[in-house]
Design a protein around this ligand. Structure first.
Ligand code: SF4
Ligand code: SF4
Length: 500
């Protein structure tokens, strides 16, 4: 049978530099590098290369580089190389194309079309090195007013909420889609930073219960690993309705990733595919959602805030308005450029809307309806830097979720092949030999470094604006100006154009 596929990358080995140590042979889980003992020659099967950089990074002689192949098809703006290769792939397999991580397509990134204000002369800036800057925030329902007793004490009861020392949390990534060592690293970093990580839909390993005060436990349509102890182990419960990278469909973790430990945690047999249905089969309306919210609150003695996570889709503002009335404490919105462990490529690249527009639309609608204080608002799905965090908060978010930057901090090289289960960096894999490659202590320290660095930058930007509290930045869209945006886009974002 003819193989129509051409390799995407080429492995280039500098034979002058190579010392034949065979590190690349041992390190590549995709068996790209081969040593022919008889001929004493190293060669590479480039067709297997996913460009994960493991060999390039660990080669002691710096003898390797991976380049995009210059083999080309006749140029066409219509039938691009990617489209042709996808058609070949589907003609080979007859299957749905699968991908990992966020879409590589060039949809607009609105974060990069918004600029942040700075104080000059009349409203002095604040030096964050010399003056206190508060980036702590509370996530949850806020009372409309505060009632005092005669003795001056506060009578109003506080709703259960989450206290975040930094307005950044680690987004849901399940044990199964990522390794146990990656989960441990996220849990340790969340604890050290005074923030939260999220179990995703895969349950919670017993050895991680001790990080419960910094854990958000998720309840998804498959209900994997959900039981009373699990619900009570975390600081908050998240109902996952949708995910930005694959709105409207369920999840699928292949049986090859369900080893004994994942099986025990998810409460499903070893080696079986973990398929979460597209809808929750008990939710067809806001009233149904309310029943689940109340049910989870009952199960946890009304002590834990309940988050409802949805994907950013066309009518997200109306949906969020309903969720705010469902009794949920926090809404999490996941944008269309967000990452994932595995998603059908066509869904990932074509379904949903950018998080910036979704966030602005939701915050505006909740304010117009007078219910913004009824819920906390978290956004994720392509929050890539501290500047994106500042812009998200100015657009109306209370806090953000990050996942891809967290994976990058742990060593991910964005090769977008998590769905293969052969992650050379020990992150998106359950292969014990590969999992060992990720040292959870080192990964946790790198996560702490990343979020600490972003926190410093957030404080600097706030200081520049003359704002000393993150809560004063929330929804303060006057601090943003658009560049290169249409009037319609500016209207949805609720910001003025630069120069106005
Ligand atoms: S890791 Fe580098 S030096 Fe070692 S065999 Fe491979 S290319 Fe040669
Ligand atoms: S987690 Fe691993 S497999 Fe997934 S994109 Fe990163 S390096 Fe590649």
């Amino acid at each position: 049978m003819i193989n129509y596929m051409m390799p995407d990358y080429e492995v280039v080995r500098d034979k002058e530099l190579c010392i034949k140590c065979k590190v690349c042979v041992r390190q590549c889980a995709n068996n790209v590098h081969v040593y022919d003992e008889k001929r004493d020659v190293l060669y590479a099967d480039s067709s297997k290369c996913v460009n994960c950089h493991r060999c390039v990074t660990l080669c002691p002689a710096r003898a390797l580089k991976i380049v995009k192949t210059d083999h080309c098809f006749k140029p066409s703006a219509n039938y691009t190389e990617d489209i042709i290769k996808d058609i070949y792939r589907q003609a080979d397999t007859g299957g749905v194309l699968l991908s990992s991580m966020g879409t590589p397509k060039s949809y607009p990134v609105y974060w990069d079309k918004m600029l942040v204000n700075a104080s000059q002369v009349t409203n002095p800036s604040i030096d964050p090195l010399r003056e206190p800057m508060e980036i702590k925030t509370f996530l949850g329902k806020k009372p409309e007013s505060i009632r005092y007793r005669e003795d001056g004490s506060i009578e109003t009861e506080k709703y259960p909420d989450l206290e975040l020392k930094v307005p950044i949390m680690f987004s849901a990534m399940s044990y199964g889609s990522i390794s146990g060592n990656a989960h441990i690293a996220l849990a340790r970093a969340a604890e050290a930073l005074g923030t939260f990580y999220n179990t995703g839909e895969g349950g919670l390993r017993e050895d991680l219960y001790r990080y419960g005060a910094n854990t958000i436990v998720q309840v998804a349509s498959g209900r994997f690993g959900v039981h009373p102890a699990y619900l009570n182990a975390g600081a908050a419960i998240e109902i996952k309705i949708g995910q930005g990278a694959k709105p409207g469909i369920g999840g699928h973790l292949p049986g090859s990733k369900i080893g004994p430990e994942v099986s025990r945690t998810r409460m499903i047999p070893v080696g079986t595919d973990a398929i979460s249905p597209a809808p929750h089969h008990d939710i067809y309306s806001i009233e149904d959602l309310r029943q689940l919210v109340i049910g989870l609150k009952e199960a946890t003695d009304y002590k834990k805030p309940v988050i409802v996570k949805i994907a950013a889709v066309h009518n997200v503002a109306a949906i969020a308005s309903g969720i705010a009335r469902s009794g949920a404490d926090i809404i999490a919105i996941d944008g269309f450029r967000g990452g994932t462990g595995a998603a059908p490529t066509r869904i990932r690249d074509n379904v949903g809307i950018p998080i910036e527009l979704a966030l602005a639309a939701v915050d505006t609608r909740l304010r117009e309806e007078g219910i913004r204080s009824a819920v906390g608002l978290v956004v994720g799905g392509s929050v890539r830097s501290s500047a994106d965090v500042v812009k998200a908060i100015a657009l109306g978010a209370d806090a953000v979720y990050i996942a891809t930057p967290a994976l990058l901090a742990m060593g991910c090289h964005l090769c977008r092949s998590c769905h293969s289960g052969r992650c050379n960096w020990g992150i998106a894999t359950q292969d014990p030999e590969l999992v060992k490659r990720l040292n959870p202590d080192v990964a946790a320290a790198r996560l702490v470094n990343l979020v600490s660095a972003w926190s410093h930058e957030i404080k600097e930007m706030m200081g520049g604006m003359g704002i000393n509290s993150i809560e004063a930045l929330r929804g303060n869209r006057l601090m943003l100006r658009g560049v290169g945006l249409t009037q319609k886009e500016l209207d949805i974002l609720g910001i003025k154009h630069a120069g106005e």
